[in-house]
Design a protein around this ligand. Structure first.
Ligand SMILES: NC(=O)c1ccc[n+]([C@@H]2O[C@H](COP(=O)([O-])OP(=O)(O)OC[C@H]3O[C@@H](n4cnc5c(N)ncnc54)[C@H](O)[C@@H]3O)[C@@H](O)[C@H]2O)c1
Length: 357
């Protein structure tokens, strides 16, 4: 098991990574504090119940995007209140990114914040959603519009919870691993490239190494730019401008991981067109995505000829990275290095459509 500790703003976050990490990590919760468990229905509760005995409040939510709403946040907050939780108590969020985002927002809002312990049960949750301090829910179909920054005290990445994770969801999360490798970490890229089949067969030791590298990469960026105000954290959005457009245009039929995978390919092409990205990067990204079983083009997910300029402009112009009509995007320069570039929405869409043809 690995332990990584980082101070982010005023929170010391301790991350435990490995099979059966829960058993050791949970001892860090003081005996006299109350524990609320917010868990996802698709996770078998027996393992958490074996390891966490003193649960004063337990709420079960449906997994997935539909449960990411303000009603669930209010339900958690009101039950915490009725059970007399105070700010020194603990809320454990057990589930995928949708659940940790929802329960995390409740933890942030209740009495202006109690201790949050994330236990992610997907790869995406482990390498991305459970660390970094962004918590949010959707309002109708507007994604993540109600949210704050709030860092967890502890994140427990216990591989026992991955036992039931379908392989397709497992692979979806690897898109974010590829993102970290290409933008920030040449060693991670080489490690991934050399161990694809063992990673796909979920070898514990390799998975532990890959997840630890990702956690360090993400936390190093978050620490420098905790509130996304310094233009550094933008790198974590690589592949996401086009990725979000694909999610929206497909009415969320295409998963986040697949959309980001395709987004990374086109954003690499855009980087080449704009003269910032070394041309060989496009083939390198495609190669690793194909090795992992991820899509590389709009056609691979049934989109393509039917995407119009107007639809794209509409979606991209609502990107949260737009300031005064200009879109700031991170581009890969070479494997493991990146820079921010500003373009207008029109320029971005024009170059994108050129790349799609
Ligand atoms: N806060 C952040 O920084 C951040 C970063 C990236 C993504 N996110 C958010 O994370 C969400 C996506 O998270 P996700 O990919 O983990 O998907 P998810 O939480 O929606 O889960 C995907 C599916 O897998 C199921 N599932 C999860 N864990 C399982 C397990 N161990 N066994 C069996 N089934 C399991 C869920 O029930 C669901 O049906 C999105 O809402 C996204 O906005 C947040």
């Amino acid at each position: 098991m690995r332990v990584i500790e980082e101070d982010i703003c005023c929170t010391k976050t301790k991350v435990f990574i490995g099979r059966r990490a829960l058993n050791e990590a949970i001892r860090e919760i003081p005996e006299d504090n109350k524990i609320a468990l917010i868990r996802q229905d698709s996770i078998d509760p027996s393992y958490i119940h074996q390891n966490v005995k003193r649960i004063s409040l337990e709420i079960v939510l449906k997994g997935g995007e539909e449960s990411k709403n303000i009603e669930n946040v209010l339900k958690i907050v009101s039950e915490l209140y009725s059970k007399g939780f105070d700010r020194s108590d603990y809320l454990i969020a057990l589930g995928g990114g949708s659940l940790t985002d929802t329960a995390g927002l409740a933890a942030a809002l209740y009495l202006r914040g109690l201790n949050l312990v994330n236990i992610p049960t997907t790869i995406l949750g482990m390498v991305d959603a459970s660390i970094g301090g962004k918590v949010a829910v959707n309002l109708k179909n507007m994604k993540n519009v109600i949210g704050v920054f709030y860092n967890p005290t502890m994140v427990i990445m216990d591989f026992n919870f991955l036992n039931t994770l379908p392989q397709e969801e497992f692979i979806n999360g690897l898109a974010e691993v590829v993102k970290h490798a290409f933008t920030l970490d040449l060693d991670l890229y080489n490690y991934l490239r050399n161990n694809v089949s063992s990673i796909l067969s979920r070898d514990d030791a390799l998975l532990e190494e890959v997840i630890a590298m990702n956690v360090r990469d993400k936390l190093s960026i978050v620490k420098m730019d905790p509130y996304e105000t310094k233009g550094i954290r933008i790198v974590l959005n690589y592949g996401h401008t086009i990725g979000h457009a694909i999610e929206t245009l497909s009415q969320f039929r295409v998963s986040h991981g697949k959309a980001v995978a395709i987004g990374m390919v086109y954003e690499a092409m855009i980087g080449v067109e704009l003269g910032y990205t070394k041309p060989y990067i496009v083939d390198k990204i495609k190669e690793i995505l194909l090795m992992l079983g991820l899509p590389i083009s709009l056609k691979d997910v049934g989109l393509g000829d039917n995407v119009s300029i107007e639809q794209l402009k509409n979606v991209v112009s609502r990107d949260k990275k737009i300031r005064r009509g200009r879109l700031a995007i991170p581009v890969v320069v070479d494997i493991g290095s990146w820079r921010a570039v500003e373009v207008t929405v029109e320029e971005f869409v024009e170059v994108f459509l050129k790349c799609v043809k």
